[in-house]
Ligand binder design. Structure first.
Ligand code: ADP
Ligand code: MG
Length: 360
């Protein structure tokens, strides 16, 4: 398939259902060929925004442009988009091949052209030779692949996906995420992907748009979002962070209880500040770390074995609790004291993240 992609521009889109503001003045530009995820908790407006892009939901106000053309009032079938939902929405009485060919039938493409296109679409999702199978004979993962093949068969310039992997088990979901990444690189279409799973969004996306209560809170590349959250909502939603109230001391430091922590980032103004401590950024102090690091000492209250890593819970003075992770290789154990023992951890000023506190 040739690489064709559509840019998407959302200008001040809102949607009200009576008193509920499902979408509240969202503006967002997605570049041609970009993979952007809409990430947020249930009810944050993700499906509403995707529905507006697909033409299934009409906005109360705002404008949608594809490649600079106003499509706000254009019906779905004229938008040339591929759509994949969580519940595959396959036709159970049709074979795999018939399901995948359906968009070609709907578009009245000559029948002679179907078999080649079906074959190409199925092989793209790893289901070469499955044309004659019945839908009932497929696993959940295979059904989702059929839905993908069907969405891609007419080589759409834009693909919309709403939680397409959430019905699959963890292992399959994670391997499909890697496949979708590779598929996106191959086909080059613009993809807008809805998920409530932050790890899924970080894994696949060029950029992630975090939504809450119908509003767009932050859109950034995965690393940027994780390490430079805009506020305490984003910081607690992305990654594994302990959120602790801190007091601003000056532009480069905050007080956490009685401890003074230095940050290499500008500390925001205001009284309501939170420190976001990512568990992977706390290191056991073995004397090798930078002298500039912040140091925190506490008592080990629990050690949880979680397979690839150990999660260690620490109680600091002033009733402050923290957790850190250690990869579970052999020597890690010798560095962790027994329960009740004392442990000092370091937090680099570059990793000392202070954000404004917002209500959740
Ligand atoms: P998400 O996909 O992030 O879970 P939705 O976009 O489905 O969120 O919903 C956003 C908000 O709009 C929710 O509060 C939801 O209850 C409300 N909502 C969505 N669709 C309708 C509808 N058809 N009628 C009334 N309220 C709706
Ligand atoms: Mg939804």
């Amino acid at each position: 398939m040739d690489k064709r992609a559509e840019s998407v521009e959302i200008r001040s889109a809102s949607k009200a259902y009576g008193a509920v503001r499902a979408l509240d003045d969202v503006s967002l530009n997605v570049g041609a060929g970009e993979f952007v995820s809409l990430l947020g908790p249930s009810g944050s407006g993700k499906t509403t925004l995707l529905g507006i892009l697909g033409g299934f939901i009409l906005p109360s106000s705002g404008t949608i442009l594809f490649g600079g053309r106003d499509v706000t009032w254009m019906p779905p079938h004229k938008r040339d988009i591929g759509v994949v939902f969580q519940n595959y929405a396959l036709f159970p009485h049709m074979s795999v091949g018939e399901n995948v060919a359906f968009p070609l039938r709907a578009r009245r493409l000559p029948k002679a052209s179907w078999p080649d296109k079906v074959r190409a679409a199925l092989s793209m999702v790893g289901l070469a030779g499955y044309e004659e199978r019945g839908i009932a004979q497929l696993s959940g993962g295979q059904r989702q692949r059929v839905a993908l093949a069907r969405a891609m068969i007419f080589e759409p310039r834009l693909i919309l996906m709403d939680e397409p992997l959430s019905a699959l088990d963890k292992q399959l979901r994670e391997s499909m995420q890697i496949e979708l990444r590779a598929l996106h690189r191959r086909i080059g279409a613009t993809i807008i992907y809805v998920t409530h799973d932050q790890r899924e969004a970080l894994t696949m996306s060029d950029r992630v748009a975090v939504m809450k209560d119908g509003r767009l809170i932050q859109i950034d590349e995965p690393e940027r979002l994780h390490d430079h959250p805009a506020d305490s909502f984003v910081a607690s939603f992305i990654g594994e962070a302990t959120m602790l109230p801190v007091r601003r001391v000056d532009a480069a430091s905050v007080a956490l209880g009685n401890a003074l922590l230095r940050s290499a980032r500008a500390i925001p103004d205001g009284d309501a500040l939170m420190l976001a401590v990512h568990s992977e950024k706390l290191l056991i102090d073995d004397g090798a770390q930078d002298a500039a690091c912040n140091r925190l000492t506490g008592t080990v209250t629990d050690i949880v074995y979680q397979g690839e890593s150990l999660r260690i819970f620490l109680a600091l003075a002033d009733g402050i609790a923290l957790s850190l992770r250690q990869p579970s290789y052999h020597q890690a154990y010798s560095r962790i004291p027994a329960l009740g023992g004392s442990l000092t951890v370091t937090l680099h000023p570059e990793d000392t993240i202070v954000v404004p506190r917002v209500g959740d």
